[in-house]
Design a protein around this ligand. Structure first.
Ligand code: G3P
Length: 209
């Protein structure tokens, strides 16, 4: 199964968050969305999507029982390795899944030992940019595949279905995206263009999500 993460970051506010969540849910219910802790409780009640917190705030109660999981060590919220280790174990105790981001294979190999639910490679300098991880770092994606035992996702600068296809062909099990959807005037059309399309009579997906 291809795993798709859509990180809302702080692009959307108030009612716009639920509006976009509804659009995504209509396209595919297995997509993981990353929201700020403040939005988790309300939005989780209203969607079947898997809602992850974009980081672990000081008070885990803010998301416990409503979020499916937490992003850890994203470039927007980097953690020391020690803090990451403690955060993963705290999440596990609280039945929260963990999606841990990394900027290098070296770090990924250490993170793998902590057994997170998901591991995502995102080169920091490509995040929000025009060139995708698939175009800029194909050899590193391949190295992730060859050197890790666990499956991994990739993200940063992904803008086209070709970027996604390349990432999957190189060995990743999914992708993490943000600006391509958040900045689109037609997020529904853009997401369908990226991951597939659904018509009323028959569903056609490029990927098994
Ligand atoms: O977590 C996903 C995000 O960091 C990637 O951002 O805008 O490059 O798709 P973007």
């Amino acid at each position: 199964m291809t795993i798709i993460i859509i990180n809302f970051k702080t692009y959307k506010k108030g009612k716009e968050v639920l509006k976009l969540v509804r659009i995504i849910e209509k396209i595919n219910k297995n997509i993981i969305v990353g929201l700020i802790p403040l939005d988790i409780k309300e939005i989780s009640k209203k969607t079947k999507l898997k809602v992850f917190s974009q980081y672990l705030s000081d008070d885990i109660k803010e998301i416990k029982g409503s979020a499916s999981g937490v992003f850890l060590n994203h470039s927007d919220h980097p953690l020391t390795f020690n803090k990451l280790k403690k955060s993963i174990s705290l999440c596990k105790k609280n039945k929260l899944k963990t999606a841990v981001f990394t900027t290098s294979l070296r770090e990924a190999r250490k993170i793998e030992k902590l057994k997170p639910t998901y591991l995502i490679y995102e080169p920091k300098e490509l995040i929000g940019g025009k060139i995708s991880v698939s175009q800029a770092k194909p050899e590193i994606i391949r190295k992730f595949k060859d050197n890790l035992s666990m499956t991994f996702l990739v993200g940063a600068g992904i803008k086209t279905s070709k970027d996604i296809k390349t990432a999957l062909d190189l060995g990743s099990s999914g992708i993490a995206i943000s600006s391509v959807i958040m900045k689109s005037r037609n997020p529904e059309g853009k997401l369908k263009e990226l991951i597939g399309s659904v018509t009323s009579s028959k569903a056609k997906y490029y990927y098994d999500i």
